[in-house]
Design a protein around this ligand. Structure first.
Ligand code: SAH
Length: 567
């Protein structure tokens, strides 16, 4: 089962060599370097504290190449909150020390040993049980679940006090452990899927070797599954996954049941009922119970859910924001990390990267939107986790509408079963407005000047009415080589209703390298000042300008209209 890929965080160029050595140990791991301090990192960040806390909250393992104290102080505010505790390690810049700090149950000591071996130093392991037994008894390998952490801690301290132990059931990973084994010992490690109250002096470890095949029609799914397991004398901790017919893929009740039980939901297409479903997916299993709508399959070995049936495919249409990483919403960052396939116009796909080697990039031309949308559904319907990339916001003259159009036109059930989500971004008009001040501070109208997909006559009519209504205007796609005259025409229409003094903001490549912001007036604006990478904001009659202390101007449109209310 795949472990999450760690983030390697560095503060200076001095750590780059060590960081690269560590990155080699974790395929797909990216090196995050502090802006203006590190050259050649995979990703740039601006604020150490915020970056580290974001990784922590996303449950991403962290390898920070800096003093342990800095990491401790940075994460301390999060430690009192319940929730994720990913492995966190501090590694000396020169690679001479590897210190596991947090995430004992997330395998931090395993990582510390791996990194230390890669750097040819010793890991600073401080966990007594781990040192004595060579393994963390409370962190069994994937495929197994610990019964109770608090009971477990007491058990380990009894072992550390020198008591002997016996192992009941199959625990292959303990073969290497340095335990004082004795068949008559009072303490026992019990590995098995039977449901029972833990006896005193017993460490319960459950193999995840049980699969429940279930129909979406069953009422109160989590309750029904728990009670079916209970009747079959099977511990719920041994549940590896829920298996469902792929006809029920879009069922919200099933999704919630899987979340409630904390197990993955997998799908298969098998004719017949749940018994056939489970028998087909786990061939050598014993089918324990076949209640109406629920069948329990018990395998001889732990099950890897990723190998059973397939996952529900996911399609996320994401907005990158204008370009700068800090203007990308955290949900989009998390989505980029989980994607298996990324589709989009090449420039945007490159902007969204870098990607891991296992992520497949499908770059296409900017004009092939419908084809790209359909391709995205084809991939997602296979169970993959697909991203369609837009710049800015995906719902603003971008891919979200194309993806929904493709879905609306399709009668393919597997497309409609895909877990589709649109994740917003900061649109170019908003990013440009923010840099200028608040030119869109009152009612405004957003238009694309492209007549590729709508008649020019409609654009003229809308321009005329919006300008007459004294709305501030935001123009996307203002001009291109194929559309050279349209902007001049548009400005002439606006000029019928606004004075030449009307404030205009031009933002070019906002949030990207070489960005420029210019404040001018409608009278001075000519189409040659604008290109396809420019956002044009035209103020209303109330939009005003005043100088900023640091040079340049502030632009804003007051919140009121007509007569300023008394304040
Ligand atoms: N979905 C995008 C818009 C796509 S239309 C969004 O929400 O921002 C493309 C147009 O957006 C360009 O022609 C340009 O007018 C504008 N644009 C996109 N990114 C920009 C940026 N970084 N700076 C200025 N304008 C930008």
């Amino acid at each position: 089962m795949a472990r999450p890929v760690p983030a390697i965080v560095i503060l200076g160029n001095g750590s780059l060599a060590t960081a690269r050595k560590i990155a080699q140990l974790y395929p797909g791991a990216l090196i995050h370097g502090l802006a203006e301090r590190v050259e050649g990192a995979d990703r740039v960040y601006h604020e150490f504290g915020a970056t580290l806390r974001e990784f922590y909250q996303q449950n991403t393992p962290i390898i920070a190449l800096c003093a342990a104290g800095i990491v401790i102080r940075t994460l301390a505010p999060l430690l009192l909150e319940k929730g994720a505790e990913p492995p966190v390690l501090a590694v000396a810049e020169d690679g001479s020390a590897v210190v596991p700090l947090l995430g004992g149950l997330g395998g931090v000591n395993v990582m510390a040993r791996e990194i230390a071996a890669g750097l040819e130093v010793a890991a600073a392991i401080t966990t007594s049980g781990e040192l004595r037994f060579g393994t963390c008894l409370l962190n069994p390998p994937s495929g197994y679940a610990l019964g109770d952490l608090e009971l477990g801690k007491r058990f380990v301290s009894d072992l550390l006090a020198g008591q002997s132990v016996r192992v009941e059931g199959a625990a292959p990973w303990l073969a290497q452990a340095q335990l004082l084994e004795d068949p008559h010992a009072q303490l026992s490690i019990h590995v098995g899927h039977a449901e029972r109250a833990p006896a005193a002096n017993e460490l319960m470890i459950y193999p995840r070797n049980v699969l429940v095949a279930v129909s979406a029609e069953v009422a109160d799914l989590p309750g029904a599954i728990r009670s079916a397991l209970h009747q079959a004398n099977i511990a719920v901790q041994s549940l590896a996954c829920l298996l469902v017919s792929d006809l029920d893929m879009a069922s919200a009740a099933l999704r919630e049941a899987a979340l409630d039980l904390g197990v993955p939901l997998r799908f298969a297409s098998v004719s017949g009922g749940v018994s056939e479903l489970s028998r087909h997916s786990v061939p050598n299993a014993t089918i324990v119970s076949a209640d109406t709508g629920i069948a329990i399959a018990v395998a001889t070995q732990p099950l890897d859910a990723a190998q059973i049936g397939r996952a529900r495919g996911r399609l996320a249409v994401i907005g990158l924001g204008p370009g700068a990483a800090e203007l990308m919403v955290p949900a989009v960052k998390a989505e980029l990390a989980r994607a298996t396939d990324v589709l989009g116009y090449e420039t945007y796909v490159r902007m969204a990267g870098p990607f891991r080697e296992d992520q497949v990039l499908h770059c296409t031309d900017n004009r092939e939107e419908m084809q790209r949308a359909r391709h995205a559904f084809e991939l997602a319907a296979q169970g993959r986790s697909v991203i369609v990339v837009s710049s800015g916001d995906p719902g603003v003259f971008a891919m979200a509408a194309a993806v929904l159009e493709a879905l609306y036109e399709s009668s393919e059930p597997s497309w409609h079963s895909v877990d589709l989500e649109i994740l917003p971004g900061v649109s170019a008009s908003l990013a440009t407005a923010a840099q200028a001040g608040a030119p869109l501070g009152h009612d405004f109208c957003v238009m694309s000047l492209s007549d590729n997909l709508k008649p020019w006559a409609i654009i003229e009519k809308r321009l005329d009415l919006a300008a007459e209504a004294d709305l501030a205007l935001a123009f996307y796609n203002p001009i291109s080589r194929a559309r050279p005259w349209q902007l001049g025409q548009a400005l002439a229409i606006v000029g019928r209703h606004r004075t030449p003094e009307t404030v205009v903001v031009l933002g070019r490549d906002i949030g990207r390298p070489g960005q420029s912001l210019r404040v001018t007036t409608l009278g001075e604006l000519t189409p040659d000042q604008v290109d396809m990478r420019t956002m044009v904001l035209i103020g209303s009659s109330t939009t005003c300008v005043f100088p900023r202390a640091e040079g340049g101007e502030w632009v804003y449109t007051p919140r009121w209209y007509g007569i300023k209310p008394a304040s």
